[in-house]
Design a protein around this ligand. Structure first.
Ligand code: ADP
Ligand code: F6P
Length: 485
């Protein structure tokens, strides 16, 4: 339904993210289809917004050049932002995903810097800010998300001194030494400091940001609070940088697993695989940060040295297509598919693949059935802001069965201490962790899973959003100077 009342008083909560929660696809007959957008940000924020009355979401609809009129979906107003083909190449694929993404993930691949990409990043950020600013009610809240939109908080503040502005970074924030490589680094910091509250996944991310602000801008930092020269009336604004580890809608995921139809689907999956003794699962966007190559290398060696028998143990690797026009992603896909092909050539039998490789999206129910069917889930990210897959697996196991192997470089490692922890760069350690996971007794699985579930069920995404918005509510009001204590 179109949002057809231009005189509406505005929304009390406006979310701004690069993507809308849904992507538009044009069908062969010319009709438009809307599908859920990929990634953890949408998984998390979609369930938050379902509980908000008359919220708004500003973002790109996923197709070049298109700007559908604002419309209502799931009780929320969606405001599409247009990105034309050149902006997709420069702002999205370029500066966001070939400059910032690798730099913020500890240069797993080399970041590329181009001035034209930066110019496009500024232009696109301005368009998001201009779309978002008028949608908020007087004194309302605008919550900006992720690395694609780091200039937006300040741009909105220049327009709207009355609103509270929060920013949450879903990905890691790099050490000041790495961040210092970034051309225009100070503009990025100033852009972020337009917010009243800047949220991060891990304590180390918040500390890295504070160190960058101190070192590169020379602003005074006291604990989590930064004194920022005011843009308007007040000489100084206080901005808080704090950790808020994101989560999932744990109760909803857990409840899904109680449905008889999903249980049957999970059992059918195992039957389809030939009823192996063990099913091992990886679920990732096809991204070089996820450590898929390391995982497959370890798996191939375990099969090669006979530690794992492919007739007893099957691996499923789900790899969601992602950023397919960015070179590093094309290379990664080639490499992953080469390794999978080799492993299957060496170890599959007719009718049973050693690695079942799925390069596509699954709907939420099929994804949950996969988690229910898996004895071990491998999260071997080389760097990851949080990794919601780890939390989804835990929420999918009210039966207290299954083992999570978790990289210490995923944000989730700070909370999910009862997982089998691993440094995925160490292939021998990774192999040992996989074998340990496969050998855990039912009692050991139960003990670990109980502790993991306690963590995930208690700290869900609603609590995360509540904590962030509460903190934002109590942070210094925009340009009215610091709040009296
Ligand atoms: P990122 O945000 O980097 O993609 P996360 O692990 O935090 O990583 O979030 C990924 C989200 O996308 C999870 O909710 C996961 O279930 C979902 N997902 C990953 N792969 C697929 C797929 N092939 N089909 C459907 N959903 C997927
Ligand atoms: O933080 C994870 C994230 O990068 C989101 O910002 C993003 O929307 C998602 O992963 C998926 O990536 P993309 O939008 O580039 O397909």
């Amino acid at each position: 339904h179109p949002v057809d009342d231009p005189a509406r008083p505005g929304h009390d909560l406006v979310v701004v993210a690069n993507r809308l929660p849904v992507d538009s696809r044009t069908l062969p007959d010319g009709a438009t289809e809307w599908v859920t957008s990929p990634g953890g940000l949408v998984t998390a924020m979609e369930s938050v917004m379902r509980t908000v009355d008359s919220g708004a979401w500003v973002g790109w609809a996923g197709t070049p050049g298109q700007q559908p009129a604002p419309f209502e979906a799931d009780g929320m107003s969606l405001y599409p932002v247009r990105l034309d083909q050149e902006e997709i190449e420069r702002y999205y694929e370029g500066y966001s995903n070939a400059t910032l993404w690798p730099l913020y993930h500890d240069v797993i691949v080399a970041p590329v810097f181009h001035r034209t990409w930066w110019d496009s990043y500024v232009t696109a950020n301005r368009r998001f800010a201009r779309t978002a600013a008028p949608t908020a009610s007087e004194g309302g809240t605008i919550w900006v998300h992720d690395y694609q939109l780091q200039l937006v908080p300040r741009m909105i503040r220049e327009d709207r001194a009355d609103v509270r502005i929060g920013f949450f970074n879903h990905i890691p924030f790099p050490s000041v030494e790495l961040f210092s490589q970034l051309p225009k680094r100070n503009q990025i910091l100033r852009g972020l400091l337009g917010a009243d509250l800047v949220g991060f996944q891990r304590e180390s991310d918040a500390q890295n940001f504070l160190a960058a602000v101190r070192k590169l801008l020379g602003y005074h930092v006291d604990g989590q609070t930064i004194s920022v020269p005011g843009l308007g009336a007040a000489p100084v604004r206080e901005v808080v940088a704090q950790t808020f580890p994101i989560s999932i809608d744990s109760t909803a995921v857990s409840a899904l697993t109680e449905e008889p139809e999903l249980r049957e689907r999970a059992m059918q999956l195992r039957r389809d695989l030939g009823n192996p003794q063990h099913v091992v699962l990886g679920v990732d966007r096809l991204d070089y940060t996820k450590g898929i190559r390391h995982r497959l290398k370890a798996w191939g060696e375990l099969l090669g040295d006979g530690s794992i028998d492919p007739r007893e143990t099957v691996m499923i690797q789900v790899a969601t297509p992602s950023r397919e026009r960015v070179e590093a992603y094309q290379q990664l896909r080639d490499e992953v598919e080469l390794i999978v092909g080799r492993i299957n050539g060496d170890h599959s039998s007719i009718g049973r693949a050693a690695v079942s490789y799925q390069h596509r999206s699954f709907d939420r129910r099929d994804m949950t059935a996969l988690f229910m069917a898996a004895d071990v889930v491998l999260v071997t990210a080389l760097r990851d802001g949080m990794n919601l897959v780890a939390k989804e697996y835990v929420a999918s196991r009210p039966d207290l069965r299954g083992v999570l192997v978790l990289s210490e470089f995923a944000g989730a490692a700070d909370e999910l201490r009862a997982a089998v922890m691993v440094n995925p760069h160490d292939i021998d350690e990774l192999k040992a962790a996989i074998l340990r996971a496969l050998a855990l007794t039912d009692e050991e699985q139960e003990e670990a899973m109980r502790s993991l579930r306690h963590q995930v069920m208690e700290n869900d995404v609603q609590a995360w959003a509540h904590d962030f918005l509460q903190r934002l509510e109590h942070s210094g009001a925009p340009d009215r100077g610091p709040k009296p204590t």
